[in-house]
Design a protein around this ligand. Structure first.
Ligand SMILES: [Ca+2]
Ligand SMILES: [Ca+2]
Ligand SMILES: [Ca+2]
Ligand SMILES: [Ca+2]
Length: 319
């Protein structure tokens, strides 16, 4: 299990540069700006997509012993007639703000990432959201092919605790079903109707100024993840307060870490919990679940707003 590698690294990155030619103490270099980095990353990704292909022929006509694992290779020599990834991957975009990565400045920059749908059991079938707990396998690589993290067995991961690019990619792939579950003799589980795909994304959706597993990801590295999506928990509710995690992204920007209604109070306590991890979002001492439930414990929709000021009670410390 190496899932820890993906956890909690994003959005708090500091790049420390060392002078190799003397014994001076390390100096901190400020990270580059989003707009500088995306220009270089995009060029690197586009070149990669034009010069590489995957084993699409094996997926189209699987050999008897095929492992259904995506294999990437360079278009050259015997493979010079292969179809490049650039003709097979979808281009998607999100906006990132400097603040999402803890950077100074107030940039909002569009970031393109690329998705490959290799196998989906039905088109437009059920997919996890970026906030859902998901049962999956993965392998993460740098664009030079270096593998920096891998999980060969299906494992539950909550997507808000992974890289942004990883979560966005996983949320675009159709999941398998419980009908596809197979128990292996070694105690592991397979999902035969799993979705299989791949996502390639710029560094700001990954580790930006570097880090990752034992610091193995160099600064400003676009990343590639092969993903097998087995199952997911629909409307995952991380803090069990009755509100699905995806609805706790109040500003709808895909970043669940920047929605924290009682941040000012929490700064005094030192325990910072964004709403999707906070069972009392407005810190008025009444659990969120109680503020949105009737006497029988049933969730009231829409969530109650006693003073009709547009802010529901669970986010309004006055109510
Ligand atoms: Ca919740
Ligand atoms: Ca948000
Ligand atoms: Ca909070
Ligand atoms: Ca409350």
């Amino acid at each position: 299990m190496k899932n820890w590698i993906l956890l909690g690294v994003m959005f708090s990155m500091v790049f420390v540069a060392c002078n190799n030619d003397d014994d001076a103490a390390p100096e901190a270099d400020p990270p580059l700006e989003l707009s500088e980095v995306i220009a270089e990353d995009s060029a690197e990704i586009e070149t990669f997509l034009d010069t590489h292909f995957y084993n699409y022929e094996e997926f189209a006509s699987p050999p008897a012993d095929f492992d259904f694992i995506i294999d990437i290779d360079t278009i050259a020599g015997d493979n010079s007639d292969k179809t490049p990834l650039s003709q097979q991957m979808e281009r998607l975009t999100i906006n990132l703000e400097s603040d999402d990565l803890g950077l100074d400045g107030d940039e909002t920059v569009e970031h393109a990432y690329y998705l490959l749908r290799v196998r989906e059991r039905i088109p437009d079938g059920p997919k996890p959201t970026i906030a859902d707990s998901t049962f999956l396998k993965y392998e993460g690589q740098l664009l030079d092919g270096t593998s920096f993290d891998e999980n060969q067995n299906f494992t539950w991961l909550e997507l808000p605790f992974t890289d942004r690019g990883y979560a966005e990619g996983a949320s675009e792939l159709v999941a398998g079903t419980s009908a596809g579950i197979i128990d292996n003799p070694d105690g592991t589980v397979d999902i035969t109707d799993r979705g299989i795909g791949m996502v390639i994304f710029p560094s700001a959706m990954g580790y930006f100024a570097g880090g990752g597993p034992s610091g193995t990801i160099p600064a400003y590295s676009p990343l590639l993840f092969k993903l097998d999506i087995g199952l997911f928990v629909e409307d995952t509710d991380r803090d069990n307060d009755g509100i699905p995690s995806i609805l706790e992204d109040l500003d709808g920007n895909g970043n669940l870490l920047n929605d924290n209604t009682d941040l000012d109070s929490e700064l005094l306590t030192g325990i910072i919990l964004p709403n999707f991890r906070d069972a009392d979002d407005d810190q008025d001492g009444i659990p969120t679940r109680d503020e949105i439930s009737d006497e029988d414990g049933n969730i009231i929709i829409p969530y109650p707003d006693s003073d009709n000021d547009g802010t529901p009670d669970y986010l309004d410390p006055d109510n």
